[in-house]
Design a protein around this ligand. Structure first.
Ligand code: HEC
Length: 241
């Protein structure tokens, strides 16, 4: 039964997203991707042991998960569709749309997020928050480096509002927000997360086990610390804490 619902919902979502992503037919980059062969990313492998500075926006920690969730989605700027020749899956492709230290020469900014006529993501899709827009601007203005930092993550804390909601905003919302959430499962409120855990194969999705596709798709998964926080929260009865 659930399978039917999921299949129907995905079909609707794809149809919807296809319409939503029509944008800028005049901007054609020559590189439409490698046919999706290397669409996978290593988003979450953080090699830099330095702690995160509050004054810096890091590509690996923030920009890549955000663009993956909000833009590199099926029928939009993923490796397969690469709408308008724009692929926002990994650093090399994202940099085709970015001019370091120069916001207004960066297509990601000027012809994408800040486009006068048709700002991205398209109307009807989950939108970037002002904080997220500021992070993207800061990252470009700080040289658009492929940088990362070691987050201060406590694997024993599991507050919905303090720990889990920010992770969902960054990593899941682009696909599981809005009117046509992927898989038919919305995320964004406490009760929606409870519903997802109760009705989907949640922890298998985080681990990519049991035949469930790993979430976020095309990544190596969330950092272990985040997965532990979700597990402890579920074990504690999914409090709205
Ligand atoms: C790029 C888009 C995208 C992102 C980002 C994303 N998902 Fe998904 N998710 C999907 C799609 C598409 C499906 C339906 C897959 C299917 O049923 O085969 C899905 C299905 C799921 C399912 C149901 C799995 C099952 O079969 O029971 C869960 C649970 C899930 N996602 C959790 C998450 C979580 C948690 C995050 C953030 C950490 C996330 N997803 C991020 C696209 C995404």
């Amino acid at each position: 039964m659930r399978r039917h619902i999921i299949i129907l919902a995905s079909t609707l979502c794809i149809g919807f997203a296809f319409e939503a992503c029509k944008h800028h037919p005049e901007i054609i980059d020559d590189n439409g991707g490698n046919g999706g062969g290397n669409g996978g990313t290593d988003t979450l492998i953080i090699e830099n042991p330095d702690p995160c500075s509050p004054d810096t926006t890091y590509f690996v920690n923030t920009i890549q998960p955000l663009l993956n969730s909000m833009c590199a989605v099926p029928e939009c700027h993923d490796a397969i569709t690469a709408e308008d020749g724009v692929m926002l899956t990994d650093y090399a492709h994202i940099m085709q749309q970015v001019e370091p230290n120069d916001l207004n020469s960066s297509d990601l900014w000027d012809k994408g997020i800040m486009d006068e006529n048709d700002p991205m993501p398209p109307a009807g899709s989950p939108q970037l928050t002002q904080d997220q827009i500021n992070e993207i601007a800061q990252w470009i203005n700080q040289g658009a480096q492929n940088n990362s930092c070691q987050e201060d993550c406590d694997p024993t804390s599991f507050s919905y509002s303090q720990n889990l909601a920010p992770i969902i905003d960054l990593f899941c919302d682009g696909c599981h927000g809005g009117n046509n959430p992927s898989g038919g499962f919305a995320l964004g409120t406490h009760s929606q997360l409870v519903n997802m855990v109760e009705n989907a194969d949640f922890m298998n999705a985080l681990h990519g086990t049991g035949g469930t596709p790993i979430m976020p798709p095309n990544t190596t998964g969330l950092p272990d610390c985040y997965k532990q926080q979700f597990q402890l929260w579920i074990d504690a009865g999914m409090p709205n804490n």
